[in-house]
Design a protein around this ligand. Sequence first.
Ligand code: ZN
Length: 89
Amino acid sequence: MTEDETLYVAARVSDMPTAHVPSFKVPCSDCGEDVWISEGMEKHWSTMKIVCTACALRITSESEGPHKIDIVPENITGIIKYLRSRGIG
Ligand SMILES: [Zn+2]
């Protein structure tokens, strides 16, 4: 990935079965797992690489930064749940 690529981190559908805001499912651009992206955030994700929480962690841990990551509030619940399931946080 390039340094100026911005990641839009989205909660996996498998981690968060119900979206809290109007959302639809798209595949993670890295692993293909379905993730939630909210309709109201189109101005963000339409210009970014959409990745799931697992890929975001892997990408940021495997390569040197800087990374620009955008985590939207409605996805934090799913991300925290994911991190706890991995014993992080
Ligand atoms: Zn992924």
